[in-house]
Design a protein around this ligand. Sequence first.
Ligand code: SF4
Length: 125
Amino acid sequence: MEGEVYLSENDLVKAAAYVGLEPAAFERKHCIRTASQLRLRKPPGRQCYFHKDNCCSIHPAKPTQCRAFPYWPELLESETAWAEAAAYCPGMNQGELVNIQEAQAISAEMKVAYPEMYEKVSESL
Ligand code: SF4
């Protein structure tokens, strides 16, 4: 899977604390800030600096986007998008069923964490 990993300001503070850095130092080392978004810098040839030994090395403090997957609004709201994501994610559609209210609550966290992203999506509909 390719893509960007976006962070909320709260994600930045939590991830920085987890690796023992001040938020500003974490941002300088690991992030790219644009006018409206903050995202993780990608190391050459890899998707994420924190993906180590087939695991997330900052799992307890990983960004909202990572924690909420696959209950992203754009996946919960589209059967087609859900099926496309499930085609590359072997963990989707496996295991215990998740209560829809629980999935929607996680999805709502995405809209709070990344308002610019979801305001643009709703404006374009
Ligand atoms: S879950 Fe961890 S390793 Fe995976 S993209 Fe997110 S921060 Fe990186």
